[in-house]
Design a binder for this molecule. Structure first.
Ligand code: PEP
Ligand code: MG
Length: 316
């Protein structure tokens, strides 16, 4: 099976009806970029930068260290786009014991963009490093866990300030496409506000499912209730995809669901055209893409959404 999949490495990811599908990699370290390219990724859809910050005994990498890490990822991708997500610590991803989150409910607490906005100087250090790295290749900047319009505005104000700081130092910086993770139900339900501010969206199903179904994504005792096919989850996902498409803006998905071959046809039927996943999943998802006809999948996906058809592959 692995050999058979390997033959698909250089096959363009086109559906039977000729729709080009973007297959991207999720990475955690710059060194992962090489594996992503080898796996046939067309870019990095999610660089989880918190892994650069974790396990460092409380000392965060400074601007230059971050800049070098982002440049290494960009260089590793050989001209393909790299989507850098700002730090998403908190909840299940703690920096280390000295930063231990003592809040009652860390998944609902100070994590991701909330953590960044609570320490603007630290946040701008990361933003300046990304802006500088963008001189060396195509970079997209992605913000996690946004829910409120005022958070979007604060985030973009910090980005403006980071540019101003670089200008004052006479340091060059590059252009960025800006995107938001849609991973809180409130964000999915107000996706039009997000489309006003951002160039692209990325659906984070790991958290979107967790927060929609009130299931801790790390709690084994309720893992059987963690369901990407729950009609409420599907509706949020479908609406985000449709809203992005209606405005001609790219909508990607970067949660585990994007790399689940059992979900590929349904997501294609719902209009998703960009998937970001662990590099090891790319060829298997590509195989599903090559067998799919989006014109036939679209009406079936609408029926699944309406609860009138089974999401089960064989039943379609
Ligand atoms: C997600 O929530 O789906 C996601 C991709 O982000 P993370 O798993 O890093 O929270
Ligand atoms: Mg997430």
């Amino acid at each position: 099976e692995r050999e058979r999949l390997a033959r698909l490495l250089h096959t363009p990811a086109l559906t039977l009806d000729g729709e080009p599908i973007e297959l991207l990699a999720n990475i955690e370290q710059p060194a992962d970029a090489a594996a992503a390219v080898q796996a046939g990724a067309m870019g990095v859809g999610l660089f989880r930068t918190e892994f650069l910050f974790m396990g460092r005994a409380g000392r965060l990498p400074d601007e230059d260290a971050q800049y070098r890490a982002y440049c290494a990822a960009i260089e590793g991708m050989q001209g393909l786009p790299v989507t850098i997500r700002t730090i998403d610590v908190g909840a299940d991803k703690q920096l280390d014991k000295t930063f231990k989150d003592e809040h009652l409910n860390p998944a609902l607490g100070l994590r991701a963009i909330r953590w960044s906005l609570a320490d603007p100087a630290m946040f701008r250090t990361q933003l300046r490093a990304v802006l500088r790295a963008a001189v060396h290749g195509p970079v997209k900047l992605l913000f996690p866990m946004l829910a409120h319009v005022h958070e979007i505005e604060q985030t973009l104000a910090q980005l403006d300030l980071a540019r101003t700081e670089l200008e004052a130092r006479g340091v060059a910086y590059g252009a960025l496409q800006l995107g938001a993770m849609i991973e809180i139900p409130a964000a999915a339900l107000t996706v039009h506000s997000f489309l006003r501010y951002f160039d692209f969206l990325s659906i984070g199903t790991n958290d979107l499912i967790q927060y929609t179904l009130a299931i801790d994504r790390a709690d084994e005792s309720v893992a059987h209730l963690y369901d990407p096919l729950h009609p409420a989850v599907l509706r949020l996902v479908a609406e985000v995809i449709a809203a992005g498409r209606a405005q001609g803006k790219s909508v990607s998905m970067c949660g585990e669901t994007a790399g689940d071959v059992g979900m590929t046809r349904l997501l294609l039927g719902l209009g998703l055209r960009s998937f970001s996943m662990h590099p090891a999943q790319i060829l298997a998802v590509k195989q599903e893409v090559l067998r799919a006809d989006t014109r036939r999948l679209a009406p079936w996906a609408q029926q699944v959404l309406a609860g009138e058809a089974s999401a089960n592959l064989s039943a379609s």
